[in-house]
Design a protein around this ligand. Structure first.
Ligand code: XMP
Length: 513
């Protein structure tokens, strides 16, 4: 196994992800925990020293134990990791003077070809992503330079004798397009067989959950979304009946959704599941409310109250399970450290654990969405379920601008079901990140048969996206849109006009509220 020593870079998890993509098992450990005794016990086959925010020049800045260089295994230092290596092995690191680099840079080759760079420099230069204030000013004895950039004369260095490699840029990020090749070469040099799988991850995750929880009880807020579902099934596999799931039904779910979720988890997976049907409570509190943020706050607050009430009924629960993913973890840490504007207050169970005095179990904390899906497959969840579009916590409330009424919700559910059916029938579901109907708070005049109608208008939304942060509208054909509009108006009583939302994000958001 490979050891990643974490010096606190924002992108350390991306290194782990790249390695998992190469089917190599790795563990990230914060530098403080990496003692000589730890190293002896862990016995890594290779080591990666991550980037980090500190400056090696500063007194007391993080270091790995010197013993790490005596293990006789390949080591790759990245950014801060490079500087630590140079500093500790007899080179020199200096600050600034116009040599800071942030963002895109180009590295050109120097000297001979080395195995680490197989597949690199096929064009004369490689694009890389830099983010450093300090720079190496003298390399350590034994090292040679194999790549330079305008502001980093030691962009790629290596001591081939000892199998030590040190790069100034971040090969793990997207903006180093060929970065994966570098990791691939590194793990080859370290003689990893690349036979690690999601199955092994599952076994490991189960072991960790058992270690953490012991014989204590765990409760889980199951939403029916992919993340909480995968977390619940995994935890159930680890600790069985010590887990109880609470499915809070706020009455703002899609057609048949509650029944589907309850049937699947209770009957198929045998999960101890409480169906908390609290739609009356939620809908009555939302009565007459039209402001989007107020809606979100009411739903978020009630969710916590309701969950807590049910949880109190479960004797002796000490842990709360959550399907937190890695992007959720980094999103909660501001990059700039400055205040950012709240566009929408997202509804989640944040604040719950402190309030209830519960400890957290978050088995998906290291994973990215597509990896969670892969783990879901591994756990045998149906493909149609794993591939489902994201559905927001506040549910249909934010797809019903203006006041929410039962009548509007009913119309919205039917229209949404027809729309999704159309998308599936045309084989477009998997190409689309998210698709749904929003019911508009206006009635418009129409004519059907020989009569006048005065019914609601609705908007269809469909976007492509990789992470929900930015999005583009989906370019349906006019035939598809025409056919869908006809079906909705014919099949859904209460709607007589259909529009298509062609706003991208930004400036729009994906949801309407
Ligand atoms: P927006 O509308 O902000 O949505 O462009 C981006 C993504 O986030 C989802 N979304 C939410 N998810 N709780 C959630 O769990 C929320 O309160 C929430 N609001 C928006 C939205 O569906 C899209 O995938």
């Amino acid at each position: 196994r490979l050891l990643i020593v974490d010096f606190g870079s924002q992108v350390t998890q991306l290194i782990a992800r790249r390695l998992r993509e190469l089917n190599v098992y790795c563990e990230i450990h914060p530098y403080q925990n990496v003692t000589p005794a730890f190293l002896e016990d862990f016995a890594p086959k290779a080591v990666i020293l991550s980037g980090g925010p500190a400056s090696v020049i500063d007194e007391g800045s993080p270091r790995p134990p010197h013993a790490i260089f005596d293990l006789g295994v390949p080591i790759l230092g990245i950014c801060y990791g490079q500087q630590v290596m140079m500093q500790m092995l007899g080179g020199k690191v200096e600050r600034g003077h116009g040599t800071a680099e942030f963002g895109r840079a180009y590295v050109t080759p120097e000297k001979d070809r080395i195995d680490l760079l197989n597949g690199w420099f096929l064009d004369a230069r490689e694009q890389v992503w830099m983010s450093h204030g300090d720079h190496v000013s003298a390399i350590a004895p034994g090292f040679e330079v194999y790549g330079t950039s305008p502001n980093a004369p030691f962009a790629i260095t290596a001591d081939l004798e000892r199998n030590f490699y040190a790069v100034q840029f971040h090969p793990e990020v997207h903006h180093t397009p060929n970065g994966r090749t570098l990791y691939e070469n590194f793990v080859k040099l370290a003689e990893f067989s690349g036979d690690w799988t999601m199955g092994a991850y599952r076994e490991e995750a189960i072991r960790k959950i058992r270690d953490q929880v012991g014989d204590k009880k765990v409760i889980c807020a199951l939403s029916g979304g992919v993340d909480s579902s995968v977390a619940a099934v995994l935890i159930h596999e680890a600790i069985g009946a010590q887990l109880t799931c609470v499915f809070v039904d706020h009455g703002l779910l899609r057609q048949n959704e509650a029944t589907e979720v309850v049937t699947m988890f209770r009957d198929h997976y045998n999960l101890p599941l409480i169906h908390a049907d609290e739609s009356e409570l939620f809908l009555s509190r939302l009565d007459g409310v039209s402001d989007p943020e107020t809606k979100r706050k009411i739903i978020g607050g009630l969710f916590i109250d309701v969950f807590q009430r049910y949880a109190d009924g479960i004797d002796g629960a000490e842990y709360l399970a959550q399907g937190t993913l890695y992007p959720d973890v980094i999103e909660s840490v501001s990059f700039s450290g400055g205040p950012s504007v709240t566009i929408k207050s997202h509804h989640n169970v944040g604040g719950l654990p402190e309030k209830m005095g519960l400890k957290l179990v978050e088995p998906l904390r290291e994973l990215f969405k597509d990896e969670v899906r892969a783990l879901g497959h591994e756990l045998g969840l149906p493909a149609s379920f794993i591939g489902r579009h994201p559905f927001p916590g506040p549910g249909l409330a934010i797809r019903c601008p203006g006041e929410i009424t039962r009548e509007k919700l009913e119309i919205l559910r039917k229209a949404d079901a027809v729309y999704i059916d159309q998308i599936r029938r045309h084989g477009l579901y998997d190409e689309i990140w998210q698709a749904f109907v929003a019911i508009l708070p206006v009635r418009t005049v129409g004519v059907m048969g020989d009569g006048r109608t005065y019914d609601y208008a609705c908007a269809l939304r469909a976007v492509t996206s990789v992470d929900g942060m930015t999005a583009d509208y989906y370019p349906f054909s006019h035939e598809f849109l025409g056919e869908t509009a006809t079906r909705i108006i014919n099949e859904v009583q209460g709607i007589n006009r259909v529009t298509y939302d062609i706003t991208s994000k930004p400036p729009g958001t994906i949801e309407w509220e």
